[in-house]
Design a protein around this ligand. Structure first.
Ligand code: TRP
Length: 331
């Protein structure tokens, strides 16, 4: 049987957080053997909020190199930059005409973001999920690894696909969410009921995967815990639960194993162990990133070839969509 196709995109926000890594990107590499994978750095999506052009360009290249450093193999998978492949914007328009204003108004991410960026509630921010649907449907992807925050968008992509198919005849695969077996939600080190986020004002709240060893250890040492002294996973122990989740996902140890490992030891020992383990785990990624980002010619070769493959792949499907809606075929 043919392998199923996975599609996912990631925002070029510079370096990824430990949360992006554990919750998403780390799982993308191993999927390459079991599935056909297409991964994309979504610079078109990025400009729905204000960006400094030079910084966006740098962040996009960094994200591309970082994905490679995290194990995405451009020989096995298609890895490309969204703005290099014109079918995304083209299909976005078509799908926008099959998406209702009311549906987009219900998107919680739009509601949140329009509050946070009240001075720039542009129409791209509003139609963001349509472009995301176009990303996925242009390849007829079967599976989309997404975190909880993107589930509503994926649900909308499914609705758009079904609606288009009903109206114009079968074309799009209705994508399923891919829920990773591993991969957990990583919380802020300072307010462990909040998701770890790069935009957190407190720099100690967030580990960046390019942070150096000392920085990582320092941030973990300052992580908020609780007034008990027991390393165990229990409701109400948000800080410790988060550290255990991180430690478990990096070492593969179960919560019970971690509890026994630190029995009789204090939180200080545990935090140091988590910090050192995470830093050691990320060191090869940082080294590989440093190597790649200096080799601009090689990076360019990779993203150019990636875009060519993505363009060829998606063009077949998007041309069919053009035909189905009634556009005159180009010779
Ligand atoms: N919206 C996603 C995010 O912010 C990124 C994204 C864009 C995406 N297009 C996609 C994810 C297609 C999966 C599939 O995380």
């Amino acid at each position: 049987m043919d392998k199923k196709l996975i599609f996912s995109g990631i925002q070029p926000t510079g370096t990824f957080t430990l949360g992006n890594y554990i919750g998403a990107v780390r799982n993308w590499g191993p999927l390459q053997d079991e599935y056909n994978c297409i991964y994309c750095v979504v610079d078109l999506h990025a400009i729905t909020v204000k960006q400094e052009p030079a910084k966006l360009r740098k962040n996009t290249l960094d994200a591309y190199a970082l994905l490679m450093a995290c194990g995405i193999d451009t020989e096995k998978s298609i890895l490309f930059i969204q703005s290099h492949v014109k079918t995304h914007a083209e299909l976005n328009w078509i799908l926008g005409c099959s998406t209702q204003f009311g549906e987009l108004s219900r998107m919680t991410q739009f509601k949140d973001k329009s509050k946070r960026h009240a001075d720039d509630v542009n129409s791209g921010l509003f139609t963001y999920p349509v472009l995301m649907a176009a990303d996925i449907l242009a390849y007829n992807a079967d599976l989309v690894p997404v975190g909880v925050d993107q589930k509503q968008h994926l649900e909308l992509a499914r609705n758009i696909a079904q609606r288009f198919n009903q109206r114009y005849g079968e074309l799009f695969t209705v994508p399923e969410p891919y829920i990773a077996e591993i991969g957990a939600k990583v919380m802020s080190l300072q307010e462990p009921t909040k998701k770890m986020s790069k935009s957190d004002e407190n720099p100690n709240a967030c580990i960046l995967i390019l942070d150096d060893k000392d920085t990582i250890i320092r941030k973990f040492k300052r992580a908020v815990t609780d007034s008990e002294a027991e390393v165990c996973y229990r409701e109400g122990k948000d800080g410790i639960n988060n550290l255990m989740t991180i430690y478990s996902s990096v070492t593969g140890k179960s919560f019970d194993e971690i509890t026994s490992e630190f029995a009789g030891k204090g939180y200080g020992d545990f935090k140091l162990a988590v910090g050192e383990t995470v830093a050691d785990h990320l060191a090869p990624i940082r080294n590989e990133f440093d190597r790649l980002i200096q080799d601009k010619a090689y990076l360019k070769k990779c993203y150019t070839e990636g875009a060519e493959k993505a363009q060829r792949y998606s063009q077949r499907i998007v041309s069919k969509a053009f035909h189905k809606v009634g556009f005159v075929d180009k010779a």
